[in-house]
Every structure is written in C-alpha cells, then in structure tokens.
Design a protein around this ligand. Sequence first.
Ligand code: ARG
Length: 585
Amino acid sequence: MSRSDTDLNLYVADKIRKSLSRLAQDKGQEIDLDMVALVPPKDETLGDLGLACFPFAKALRMNPVQLCAELAEAMSTDEVIERVQSTGPFLNVRLARTALARITIEGVLEDRAPFGAFEANGQKVVIDFSSPNIAKPFHLGHLRSTVIGAALRRLYLHTGHEVHGINHLGDWGAQFGKIIVAWREWGDEEALQANPMRHLFEIYVRYGQESKERPELDEQASLAFQNLETGEDNEERALWEKLRNISLEAFQGPYGRLGVEFDHVTGESFYEDRMEATIEAIEAEGIATMSDGALVVDLSAEGLPPCILRKSDGTTIYATRDLAALFYRRDTYAFDRALYVVGQEQKLHFRQLKLVLEKLGWPQADRVEHVDFGLILFWHEDEKKWKKGTTRGGNAIFLDEVLDEAVSGVRRIIEDKNPDLTDKEAIAEMVGVSAIVFNDLKNERIKDVKFDWDRMLSFEGETGPYVQYAGARLSSILRKAGLDGAGKDIPDDVDYSTLADADKVLLVMQEFGPTLQRAVDKNEPSLLTSLMIRLASSIHSYLREHHVLSAEEPVRSSRLALVAAARRLLEKGLAILGVASPQEM
Ligand code: ARG
C-alpha cells in the first residue's frame, strides 16, 4: 500500500500526472509534473479537487481552455473518481462519496499514511530549538522557540524524516563569569535549592545593577570566565557544573508538562574542546583574518560586520560555538537540512553563519535555515495598547508560573461550567497547558502573538479548548455506544454508502496529508492548527444536523465509525502540535 491509496489528493494528482505526461508525449513536449498541485475549487459544487491548467498550457504552447478540455477527456473515472470536468481553464474532480468515506475512515482507523507515519524518506533534519540560557533568564522568545520547535520536530518525524531535535543550551560564555561573581557575592544555597531559576535570575539582575557602580565586578567576571575556559579542574569549573546541573534539572519540569522532547541536549559547553579544531579548519581555508587583535571572517564585501572566531583576549564567543556545532552536526548526523528555531533578533547572526559556510564551500549552506518568529505581546492597560514585554517589566518569565496561571484559569472555568467533572485537576492541567501551546501555533509563526488570557482560555472561537471540546464531544458519543472513547474500537457492519452526508467532515480529514506536507515545506505548524480548527467546526456542524446514537442501523454503526475516525484524527493532529486530547471536559 502506498500513501496515494489513502491520500486522495495524491491519488488524483498521480492520475492527472499520468494523463498530462501522455498528452505532452503526444505533442513531443516536456513538462514539469511537480507543478501539479490540487486545491479545492472555490465553488464547491464544481468538485472537490481542482487544478489550474495555465502553467501546463504555457509549457505545451496550448490554449489553457483547450488543454483542460483534452485533459478532462483523457482522464477516466473509477471507483474513487466520480467525475472529471473542465470549467474553462480549470480541471475539477469530484470524488465518489462511498470511496471517500471508506478510504478515509479505514485509513485513519488503521493508522495508514498520511494519517499514520509516512514511510521513511531518508532525509535527515537537525532542529535546534528551545536552547535557553542557564544563568540568564528564560524569556518569552524561548517559550515560542520551545513550542514551535517541538511541533516541527513531531511534524518532521510524522512525515518520514530522520530527526535530531537539539537543545543547544546556553551553558557557556561570558555570562558565566558574571554569574560566578554574582554567586560569590550574593549566592544563597537555600534559595538556590528552593527555586534555582528564580534565584539565579535575581542575582544576575543584581549583578547588572551593581556592576554599574562597581566596575571591578566586570574585571572579576572576565577573569572568572577565562579561568573557566582554561578547562582546568578549578573552583570556577566546580561552580559552573553545579549551577548548570541544577538549572537543567529545573527545566525538566516545564518541558515535561509541555510534552517537549529532545533527541540531544548538547549545549554550548559541549563544544568547548572542539572549538580549536573548528577555528583551525576555517583558517586552513584561508578565510580567517586578524582585525583589532581578534580573529575573524571578514564579511565586509557582503555588507555585514565580521564573524568573530576568537576575541582579542583569547576567548571564544557564541558564533564560534555555533560554527563548532555546525561542523559537529555535519560530521555526526550528515544533515540534509538544519533548522534554527530562534527569534528574529538573531537574524544577523544566522546570516553571518551561513555566509561563513558558503565561503567554506559547504554544499549544505543553503539548507541551513533560520526559522524565526514574531514577538509575544501583552496588553498594557496604562497605555491601552499591545506591547512587547510583560506588564511586570521586561521579557523574563518563569515557565512554570505561566503554565500554572493558565491551569488555574481553566480550573475556575471548569468549576463554573462543569463542577461535577471527574478528574478535574488532570483535565485543567491538559487544557491549561495546551491553551498556551495552541495560542502560539494558531497564526503564522512570523506574526506576533497576543498573550490574552481570556481569549486563550475561552471555550469558544479559535482556541485550544474549543478544539479539545470537539474531541471530548466525540469521545462521549463513543462511550455512550459502549465503544472506546479514544476511537480505538471499530464498529462492525459499517456501510460506507450511508455516509454521503458526512462528506464535508471527510473532505477536511482528507486535507491532513497535503497540510502536513505544506507545513513541513514551509516550517509552518500553524497550517495544521488551522486544519484542526476546521475539523472541529465541521464536526460540530455535522453533529448539529445528524443524530448518531438514535439512528437506525446500518446508519448508526457507520456514523459511529465516522465519529471514531474523526476523534482519532483530531487527537493525532493535536498531538503533533503538542496539544492534549482529554476525553471529557
Ligand atoms: N541560547 C540562545 C539564546 O537564548 C539561543 C540559541 C539558539 N541556537 C543556536 N544554535 N544559536 O539567545
């Protein structure tokens, strides 16, 4: 079985490609069959899948209307394709309703691609995401990177890639000199154990304030980092290790709640003894020069500041470690694509890295992609506008506290709407955490995200809770019929010909495969989020117009099969996004 047996968009596209290539052959021409991309026609009475014939007509030097008519003529109908029609320069295909129902429902319930994982495609993708800094505050950009990166990791996994999700922890660099000095001055063992992130944040902030009046602190900090970089087993190293371990452990809590997984946690310090070799390799290519005592790759011809490899005081910087990481990732994972899910304020940094790779003649250079994203905005009541940064000042957040706030918001809503719910606590956790994830992945990643608690937690509109509620509704129907609430049981005696009136839901389900493909091509999880919103709303409309439990057989069993498949697909799509599917809410 191949994916095109289950993904009807692919099935029809394959058939059109065959007819097109035969037509082209007859005319002694060649055309690019990859251009065949089907989308639902604007007027749904025309059909379910449509193709604009212009580009092919151009390649074949034909009139598009004429080509379209010939193509419609050449295509045969079958069990799946009920009708092929040309409307001017557009080719429209209508799918046979019984086949649509059978193929979609069986495909989902049997977990076949595209609903289940795609066949391995041999493509290797490295995704660098989350990557917070230890000893510096976690900020909203890290939250977005974590949520978007984790969704991309699952999208690539589902679509058959070999994926290496990497947490490039900021556990090295000059800020460690500062945090070491701050710890010596104001560190408190008890406070550290109680809440490591908060304590490190507080002493880091204090360092920032006091070093303005006490410049000797900066001297001490730079000395401390130099001592750390010697690689010797000294006091600085012991302290660094202790702070690193305790922070890393503290991150596990929120990562677990968000369902975020990494394949590798290789922070900047991992490259400590790989940096010299990297610098040497770059020097060997003859692209490194000295500038003001620093070793750099000059990028003035490209109109950019130089990429620094080693500063004049002999220490390395963020960029040095990123280059070492690129060498390591190329040698270890042989990646085809490398994605960096990092905020747009680092645009320059990634442009510099790419240019260095180009100068080194790396063939992968143009497949190193900076996947950036917009800001998180908060409502500032005093100024009556949406602005960057929290109202408490700054961009720093404590991830656990944000998640807790969402969960308590949902807890209040549940108390109000459905106080008899069993397992309220677990459901509030699932819905609250998911609401934040959903809100982040709802719009194109490059757009800014409004952090609006009321909207985010609402059970209506385009929200996580709204989509989850559609799933819970389906689960409840299944349970009442004595079936598994997650849609795992398949009723016997399904007669697919009775499901013609479910075509709207089924057609949305059929968009799953093409949507995943586009989401991966564009690194855009929001395409899947939109599809899940449409699936939820088509389910709600269907259930408004059709009774399931009180229907006569064989309609009842067939509708139950549809409900089970919709429930399963909703759960699958949401899981890829990082959103849970409670069975009740
Ligand atoms: N730690 C960095 C920061 O917080 C992000 C790291 C992104 N990844 C990378 N390979 N540069 O700004």
